[in-house]
Structures are given as C-alpha cells and as structure tokens.
Unconditional design. Structure first.
Length: 311
C-alpha cells in the first residue's frame, strides 16, 4: 500500500512498539503507520512495550537511537506511571517526548480531563482503588449520590467493559446499592491487574446508535482528522465541533482524541477523551492522514502555542 504524502516538512521522529516475535520489526498493528512515516522521511524507532509494562524502561528503549530529538509515540496503551518512566528513560538518551507525562495522564485518565469537559459529557464521579479491591459499599453510595438518578455505567479511569454490558458495565438503577456493588465488583474482577486508577460511575444517556460515534483527532488545539470509532468503522458521522474546540484548547494537551456521540435530542456529547498517541486508528483509514500532521508539528508545546494542562 502506498500512502499519500504528508503535509509540511518532517520535524520530529516516531516511536512505535516492536513486534514481540521479531523485535527489530514494528508491531504489525502499526506497520502501515510506520511505513507512512518512513515514506515521509521520518525516523521510526522501536520500543519494547512488554519490557516497559514490566517496569524495565531502560531495556524498553534500548533500540532507540540517542539524540534523535523530539518524538511522538504511536502504539499500545501505557499506564500513566509507566509513561512517566518512559519519558525519564528517553531523556537519558537525549530524546524528548512531544507529549509530556503530565499531558499524557491528563488526557488518558478521566479524572484528568473531566473537569474541562464536564458540561459536554455525561455526569461522572469516581474513587481511587487498587486492582482486585472494589470500593466498599459506603464509598459507592457516596459516588452515586453525586450523580443524577437513573441508570449509569461503571468503568475505570481509562476503559469500560462495554462488551460485558449486562454484568460488568451497565447499572440499571444507581439507587440500587446492592446491584451497583455487584456489577462494580464483577468489573473489578474482570479487569484484574489491568484496572487503571480506580472506579468511575457515569450517568447513562441515550444516544443514536444508527449514527455511531466519531473519533476526532486534535493536534495543538485543532482538529486534523475525523474518523469512525474503531468499534463501528462502517459508521462515519461528521459532528459539529464548534463547542468542543475551546474545551480541547483549555485542556492544554498537544495530541488528543475525543469520541463524540449524538444524544437522542440531537446534541453531540463527548463520550471519552484520550491521548492521541494510544488511540486506535480505525481500519481503512489512510495512515498518512494522521502521521503526516504529527510529523510536521512543532517540536514543543511553546512553539505550537499550546499551554500546559492544569495540575
């Protein structure tokens, strides 16, 4: 597959996950994006995602050349703490991530972005908890009290289990303490040690399923690409972005995604915000349409006019 040319000159490098079976090759899921970057003249370096998640950040970056300057990451999700380790390990090699560890956590975890998008997303409340340790019933009562009455869903700081909808996601009645505790406990069990940060309860809103979700990719506060959501690649809505643009700017993170769905009353709502580096590109999307703007982006937030996210 020959990818279309990128926009502007290449200013940064790209870090991607290596294939566990062939460590000198890119992980196949991201191979087309790597090819698009190389075709545009960018350097692509590989990191060992498994080593990073195992706490061996120095080993994870051993194949990254020293002093390649600024770089974006495009690959599998990384827990926020491990991303901070990656940032430190790369700095030793004179490589600087274009998305700082603070920016990454802000966009990647719901408590980081919720305050900025509170009026544009379903009401949410949360509590921190460790893997295998669901919140006590009294804690869940306090969380549900902060939400409007009616149904809800449970997720962790990053992901839900919507494919386990009936027994580990959907909460028919937030006032039913026993049922909420059961579903939340099942969610925690299924997440195992992948539980990210804690538990989030969100009010349930009815959306137009026939329209589907749109994933909007934002770079330095501007939308550079709108795609389908990876779960519904056949549905490609084009949402209005006028009300979302200033919120993305306020968040202050360089590269983010917003998943938007249309509520039954026609209002576009933010379902999730994510760090763009670990957001999946739907099948069938020209990889150069995303990789091109990334490679041509300024090396630093200051050059891009993007502010730091709030502490």
């Amino acid at each position: 597959m020959r990818c279309s040319s990128t926009v502007g000159a290449v200013t940064v490098s790209l870090l991607m996950c290596s294939d566990p079976l062939r460590p000198t090759h890119c992980e196949p899921h991201f191979a087309l994006q790597a090819a698009a970057a190389r075709e545009a003249g960018a350097q692509v370096a590989l990191i060992d995602h498994d080593a990073l998640l195992a706490g061996r950040a120095d080993e994870a970056v051993r194949r990254v050349p020293r002093d390649i300057g600024a770089a974006w990451y495009r690959g599998w999700m990384i827990p926020a703490a491990a991303y901070a380790d990656l940032e430190t390990a790369l700095a030793v090699r004179d490589v600087r991530l274009c998305t700082s560890a603070l920016m990454y956590r802000t966009a990647h975890e719901l408590p980081g972005w919720y305050g900025t998008f509170a009026d544009a997303t379903p009401p949410s409340a949360w509590t921190a908890c460790a893997p295998y340790q669901p919140p006590r019933p009294a804690v869940l009562v306090g969380i549900t009290a902060a939400l409007p009455p009616g149904p809800g869903i449970v997720k962790d700081f990053v992901k839900s289990r919507k494919h386990d909808w009936d027994h580990a996601c959907y909460l028919p009645d937030l006032a039913d303490t026993t049922a909420v505790q059961h579903v939340v406990s099942r969610f925690v069990d299924l997440q195992e040690d992948a539980l990210a940060g804690g538990i989030v309860l969100r009010a349930f809103e009815v959306f137009r399923q026939e329209v589907g979700e749109a994933r909007v990719w934002w770079l330095d506060g501007e939308p550079v690409l709108t795609t389908a959501h990876p779960d519904t690649p056949e549905l490609r809505p084009q949402p209005a972005l006028e009300s979302i643009r200033p919120l993305v700017g306020t968040l202050g993170c360089r590269f983010v995604t917003t998943d938007l769905a249309q509520r039954a009353d026609g209002t576009w709502r933010v379902m999730e915000v994510g760090d763009g580096q670990v957001s999946d590109l739907p099948a069938g999307t020209d990889p150069a349409a995303l990789v091109g703007p990334l490679l041509a982006a300024p090396k630093s937030a200051n050059a891009a006019g993007s502010g730091q996210p709030p502490l």
